[in-house]
Design a protein around this ligand. Sequence first.
Ligand SMILES: NC(=O)c1ccc[n+]([C@@H]2O[C@H](COP(=O)([O-])OP(=O)(O)OC[C@H]3O[C@@H](n4cnc5c(N)ncnc54)[C@H](OP(=O)(O)O)[C@@H]3O)[C@@H](O)[C@H]2O)c1
Length: 485
Amino acid sequence: MAHSGSHPIVLITGATGYIGRRLTHHLLASQRYKLRLFVRNQRKVQATIVDSVEIHEGSTFEPETLVPALEDVDTAFYLIHSMGSDKDYRKLDMESAENFRRACVAAGVRRIIYLGGLGNRESASKHLLSRIETGEILCSEPGRISTIWFRAGVIVGSGSASFEIIRNLCHKLPFMLTPRWVRTKTEAIGIEDVLAYLEQAIELPTKENLVVDIGSGKITFQDMISGAAEAMGLRRFLVPVPVLSPKISSYWLILFTSVPYRVASSLVEGLKSETVKENDHARMYFPAIEPMSYTDSVAHAMQELEQNQIVSRWCDSSSEKACDIKDFDDPIGAVLRDIRIVPYDNQTSQDSVYRSVCALGGPNGWFRYNFLWRLRGALDKLSGGYGLSRGRRDQVELRVGDALDFWKVVDIRPGKRLLLYAQMKVPGQAWLEFDVQPEQLVQTAHFIPHGVLGRIYWYSVLPVHYLVFSNLARTVVKESGKYDN
Ligand SMILES: NC(=O)c1ccc[n+]([C@@H]2O[C@H](COP(=O)([O-])OP(=O)(O)OC[C@H]3O[C@@H](n4cnc5c(N)ncnc54)[C@H](OP(=O)(O)O)[C@@H]3O)[C@@H](O)[C@H]2O)c1
């Protein structure tokens, strides 16, 4: 093993994604490894851990950035995908995996650990096929590097896409028409068990490649909904219908859940055929891990939600080839602006105004004209955007990269500035900036219009902006009293 001091160096790629963030926290807690994170934007790494990890910025599409990141690395986790980038994500996924394996071999990395999806080539959806191809590429030099390839079905954890779908359906729909795909068998596994497998794989005594299928037993999506409803103390009625096309199912899911079409349709497509374990390697090689039952993993996820301890969410990462916030942390090129300045007296502290800004969105809403924000959210959702349904990860804290309704947090200067980038469907690029100064709040909506349509949009919503933005800035200051220490 390559060591730094007494601890082997472990590289985590995808460390700002759903699994990668949790794995980072999990391995930090174990204190057995020196962690190095390979990220596209280091500002997305949670401030509380930056001093405990080494951070390398780069992209697998820029292989030269992998060289310093892999120096002296013993084990490298591959937790990356390009799904959602464009129609050609399969090609991108292959290129990314190829670059990564080559760089690992060249750097003398002992082991790659990869997490993909269950399923086989013959019946796999396009998304699953891409996960399989990635695994095959990472495993393709067995003599030179050992790869442990985990394959999971539905991962149950607070903030995972599948769990948010299940939870939203249970909360919102007492009766559900259930199409055929919900009766297809798959495997569920709690996120804690996934992390346990990933950790134990670092020191698994084998030099061979290994494919390890993980899960807590066969289950259908329908049983997952019923089981989750029971764990939440709800009674739900599922009425089977013979036909409901995957497309209609996906639209139906986006109406009632927080995920966009891309995520809903990949779940539905993935469940058109069985995705169950095809080997017993989990039990053979990791006998100490006894996966939690589905119901227990739901209870665990619900507990995290109730205690506001969501480490990561499906919408933390970017659905693009490039990082979604990289070039958006400065709206300097904006040509249209709506500026609101609200002074405050010396009874009001800058800190409390900042905290009031950071409480916006999600269940707290956007104050008096919340119905207009909701209407904008509904229009966004109808046109294929996120709408307001992503809410917020944490009820108090915001971090760079967090989704906040249809915004993304792109810059935070604690006590001073919050900058949000619009991920709603809009003919241009838009930001909302809160600059908290010692005696006043300066709130600015910045806009770079895309051509004439962008300008028409900006001027046609001016009356709405007048109402919404002036009320927003004033109320943020007014409400700041709630956040006095
Ligand atoms: N989440 C699940 O429920 C689930 C279930 C079964 C299997 N899996 C598997 O687990 C793995 C990780 O999934 P996930 O859900 O954690 O994904 P995710 O949340 O979408 O995160 C993907 C991560 O990859 C990074 N990334 C993307 N392209 C990159 C590139 N070219 N170079 C460097 N970093 C790049 C993203 O960075 P940015 O933050 O900059 O976008 C992000 O950190 C995948 O192989 C997936 O198939 C996940």
